[in-house]
Design a protein around this ligand. Structure first.
Ligand code: ATP
Ligand code: MG
Length: 571
């Protein structure tokens, strides 16, 4: 029994715990792990505790990237286990058999996808993968009033960007003939009827739990009417399910299954005029599409009874319908219905406005698909409705970006700084503080610099600060131009380190997004434009690259022939 073995075991478990919890291990948990392993071998907990405490202290001082790489070296099995746990943070599906699970994501092609859709799509996709099953992309395009051609492809592109691949793709509208057959079956069975009551009468009947006269028509009469509706221009008629007009669940009070929509469909033109409602199409498509585990958001809970009732009447297979809460984010509209008017009335600049939670907006802002996935999986599939802050997405994103982004200098609201007696220099400054593989840029300096107004304002005459990675200067005069004096190169631990550019700067605007809604109201200051100078080397940042402007934040750069602009990702 040696202290070396305790040391070694403690180090492994401390690293694992640190990697699990953002780089900070918890001594108590690690003590538990180590005692669990070593007590069996006859070690005394009293010897273990002080060693673990000191190991944890040491581990917590090293950066997360180093913790991961060391764990990879000394105990890769612990790291793998950790990864596995993360990917599979979703609970098991009920009655799920390997190879037989079928899930689907059913967007309506009526807008660009947002982070709420990402939640649904990721959950569906991850479950299919986990059980070696099948994942279907189904366009729920049975309302020609909403469906638009541009969105089919746009939504597919957004899903691909998220890293989602599907095994099968189809449009519910292509199955319309099948839907008609099933409708006929219901009519023939006496389970559905044509109703020509005006909408307010239907509504009233539902409210008071009263049946209308149309309900008494025979199946034969209903079939004739149905055929007339399909072929001719009979107006204002709907097909209703014979449910229960006195049911406590109002969704069961003879819901509408089909209605007339005289509008050309983006894929079928004027071929059809009778279209199924969500109650009918949703249930039927899940069943005939072979879906075993469909997810819906919780707001449909009341309609579940209708879903199963319909499938029972039709003699169709019943899937395991599952539910999770809709994703809501503070200050952000996570709904196509809410996003659309904002675009139409000019409150935002378009579907890819960086203030929006659309996948296009998030992409433009510099949020990575992997961060969205991690965020969604840590949120899980609870049914409890809650509003989360966007900070959670940012935190997941920051963790991925930090080790992989180059650092540059950006000077917000620049003020000119002239440094007397400054030695001319050619300085090589590395592009990442702890990773040499990113290389460096070389900056030639003279005596003219630009520094952020905000920093200068806080300083007094006579104060010494450091032009970061260069040298120290002492402030002599603060006017429109700040005059300073060269004050040596020696590092001074307590002095401020300020980002700077030379007089060879690049003008750059950076757009920063703030919450679109504050206390429920549109926030007119939600898009901020910051003007500043970026260092010359920033001109080589690639179009679409995300970098970090030191002490300013992560920024996604758009660098085209005509201009270079930045979109603030987060701090
Ligand atoms: P929206 O209000 O954005 O139009 P929707 O539900 O009408 O929402 P669909 O295109 O019909 O949009 O949605 C496709 C799938 O995405 C559905 O399964 C739906 O439940 C899911 N979904 C949509 N919005 C969210 C959200 N905010 N959180 C979780 N899932 C969502
Ligand atoms: Mg919908």
């Amino acid at each position: 029994m040696s202290t070396d073995e305790i040391q070694e075991t403690a180090r492994k478990y401390a690293l694992r715990n640190a990697v699990q919890f953002d780089g900070k291990a918890n001594a108590k948990s690690v003590i538990g792990n180590v005692i669990g392993v070593l007590q069996k071998k006859g070690f005394n907990p009293r010897d273990i505790v002080p060693i673990v405490n000191s190991v944890v202290k040491g581990i917590n001082k090293i950066p997360l990237e180093k913790q991961i790489s060391e764990l990879e070296k000394i105990a890769p099995e612990l790291l793998k286990k950790e990864k596995k746990q993360r990917d599979f943070s979703l609970p098991e599906l009920p009655e799920a058999e390997k190879g037989k699970v079928v899930t689907r994501f059913p967007p309506e092609p009526n807008g660009y996808l947002h982070i709420g859709h990402a939640k649904a799509a990721i959950v569906d996709y991850e479950y299919a993968k986990r059980y070696d099953g099948k994942f279907i992309l189904r366009f729920d395009d049975t309302n020609p009033e909403n469906a638009h051609l541009e969105f089919y492809d746009a939504q597919k592109r957004d899903l691909k960007w998220l890293g989602i691949e599907w095994d099968e793709e189809y449009c519910a509208s292509n199955n319309l003939e099948k839907h008609y057959k099933l409708a006929e079956q219901l009519i023939n069975q006496g389970d559905a009827y044509i109703c020509n009551c005006p909408p307010d009468v239907v509504k009233d009947g539902r409210f008071h739990g009263e049946e209308c006269n149309c309900r008494r028509n025979s199946p034969g009469e209903n079939i004739d009417l149905w055929k007339d509706i399909l072929s001719s221009s009979l107006e204002s008629m709907v097909l209703r399910l014979k449910g229960d007009m006195t049911s406590d669940n109002t969704a069961m009070r003879d819901p509408t299954l089909f209605r007339i929509i005289d509008k050309p469909h983006p894929l079928h033109g004027d071929k059809y005029r009778v279209w199924p409602t969500y109650d009918f199409a949703g249930a039927v498509e899940d069943s005939i599409g072979g879906v075993t585990h469909p997810f819906r958001t919780k707001e449909y809970e009341l309609r579940d009874e209708c879903y199963f009732y319909l499938l029972d009447l039709l003699g169709l297979r019943k899937p395991h319908l599952l539910e999770f809460a809709r994703l809501s984010i503070e200050g952000m509209p996570v709904s196509k219905r809410k996003i659309k008017p904002l675009i139409e009335d000019g409150s935002v600049l378009g579907y890819d406005d960086i203030r929006l939670p659309t996948l296009r907006g998030l992409e433009k802002r510099g949020i990575l698909p992997e961060a969205i996935k991690r965020f969604v999986l840590t949120q899980g599939i609870s049914k409890v409705e809650s509003t989360v802050t966007f900070g959670l997405v940012e935190a997941a994103n920051r963790k991925i970006l930090d080790p992989i982004t180059k650092r540059y200098f950006f000077v917000k609201d620049p003020v000119q700084l002239v440094v007397q007696n400054a030695p001319a220099m050619e300085k090589s400054i590395s592009l990442h503080p702890n990773d040499k593989k990113f290389g460096s840029r070389t900056v030639k300096t003279g005596n003219t610099f630009y520094v952020p107004e905000e920093d200068i304002e806080k300083m007094k005459i006579g104060e010494i600060f450091r032009l970061k990675d260069l040298f120290n200067v002492e402030i002599k005069e603060k006017n429109d131009v700040v005059i300073a004096e060269y004050a040596g190169e020696e590092l001074m631990p307590d002095s401020a380190k300020i980002q700077w550019t030379t007089d060879k700067y690049i003008k750059m605007d950076v757009f920063i997004s703030h919450p679109l809604f504050k206390e429920g109201k549109y926030n007119p200051d939600s898009l901020e434009k910051v003007q500043g100078f970026a260092e010359e080397a920033a001109s080589s940042i690639e179009n679409g690259e995300i970098i970090q402007f030191e002490r300013f934040g992560f920024v996604r750069i758009e660098n085209t022939k005509n201009q270079i602009v930045g979109f603030f990702t987060h701090k």
